[in-house]
Design a protein around this ligand. Structure first.
Ligand SMILES: C[S@@+](CC[C@H](N)C(=O)[O-])C[C@H]1O[C@@H](n2cnc3c(N)ncnc32)[C@H](O)[C@@H]1O
Length: 246
């Protein structure tokens, strides 16, 4: 995946995910608790970033996509907010500050497709954490039976935008089980006419593998939750929410 894929996604991102709020309370709570500076990695169009900024937290953001950041800035202007955001890559960004909280929400870490990129990113997050800082990473648990069921099947749902009814349609067309890469398409339809189509790749992780990656990056202590309600992670839970200490 290149920056181009994410730039293209930006034009429809809020139509599809703008109303997703399951994780918002959790991140707001963590940001409030953390006291010092916060950083959102891959802040996108500001779905979470702007909500956290509104609460008065000193939050910074980085994202690889100019188009995503442009939308974030437009939204901030309307809200009279001053975002502190930079175009940067999670694998090699360099900021002067250290952060007491770094968050990598909503599966963004899954865009690191190689082990090298995963370790590079984790080490870089660690470099930017203050000594008692906290790193939070969320991605989904790749349930094998669910993936088998989903492969090749089209999922659909309707969204409303500017009083227009639009249909979002997606399909996983590959689960490369050897390399743990999922590929899927996402389309937007207006009155049965396809008005947008994107193609995406994501790595999926299992629990023990991610623990090894954390160790390789120098982390020693973490908790894993099965959602945004601080309940323990169980075999059947959908989300993996990693809360990692520096
Ligand atoms: C699923 S969106 C999440 C956006 C936002 N955090 C949210 O929760 O709505 C994934 C984001 O990751 C960004 N991204 C992908 N690879 C990146 C990288 N290597 N460095 C920084 N941002 C990246 C994309 O541009 C996109 O905005």
């Amino acid at each position: 995946m290149t920056q181009k894929n994410f730039d293209k996604w930006a034009s429809i991102y809020d139509l599809i995910y703008g109303e997703y709020k399951n994780d918002l309370g959790f991140y707001k709570n963590e940001a409030k608790k953390s006291k010092g500076k916060a950083l959102e990695i891959a802040c996108g169009t500001g779905r979470l970033y702007l909500e956290i900024l509104k609460t008065g937290v000193d939050i910074y953001g980085i994202d690889i996509s100019d188009a995503m950041l442009k939308i974030l800035k437009q939204k901030a202007k309307k809200l009279n907010l001053k975002p502190k955001i930079n175009k940067a890559d999670m694998r090699n960004f360099k900021l002067k500050n250290k952060f007491s909280l770094i968050i990598v929400p909503f599966r963004s870490f899954m865009h690191n497709l190689t082990i090298e990129d995963q370790i590079k990113s984790l080490k870089n997050f660690r470099r930017h954490l203050s000594p008692s800082g906290k790193l939070i990473i969320n991605f989904f648990f790749p349930k094998p039976e669910l993936m088998t069921k989903k492969l090749g099947k089209v999922w659909k749902y309707n969204v409303r935008a500017n009083k227009k009814k639009l249909r979002v349609q997606g399909k996983y067309f590959l689960f490369d089980e050897i390399n743990q890469i999922a590929e899927f398409t996402q389309s937007l339809f207006q009155k049965n006419k396809e008005i947008w189509k994107g193609r995406f790749k994501m790595t999926y992780f299992y629990k023990r593998e991610f623990e090894l990656l954390l160790r390789l990056a120098g982390f020693k202590k973490w908790k894993l939750y099965g959602g945004f309600d601080y309940k323990p992670y169980k075999e059947k839970t959908q989300e993996m929410v990693w809360v990692i200490e520096n």
